[in-house]
Design a protein around this ligand. Sequence first.
Ligand SMILES: [Cu+2]
Length: 151
Amino acid sequence: MKKISILLLVLFTFTQLSFARDSIVISDAWVREVPPGATVSAAYMTIQNKADRMDKLTSISSDAAGVVELHLSKVDDNGVATMERVQVLELPANDKVELKPGGMHLMLIGLKEPLVGKDSVIINMDFENSETLRIEVPVKSLKDSDGTHHH
Ligand SMILES: [Cu+2]
């Protein structure tokens, strides 16, 4: 039994390596639920580039919003929080980039319908060297956004 498991693991690993399309892996993705009437929200995730070459996230779109932009949150010298748009996100080879509150995020601008009550939204991500990803991103309820984890 153990031998079979090891063989399966080897086959699985080999299969993974043989498809370049798996070079970008998205994990821990979530969208912040906003009250009805709000027109913008933000999405966060970890983007891992498993390839041996650098990649770039070049454009993003969502079925749930008119426009999706990549933003970087900053606090200026006066302690005022601001956001600036990042045109292209570089993804170093064999490394990962974290999009998280207070830092880099995907800004969903012009929400087409309220996020309250929705389980997830679809986000499409185009990369320079990888296939376009169409991912289902869970909406994190306002009730859960107190910084603690609920399982
Ligand atoms: Cu933003």
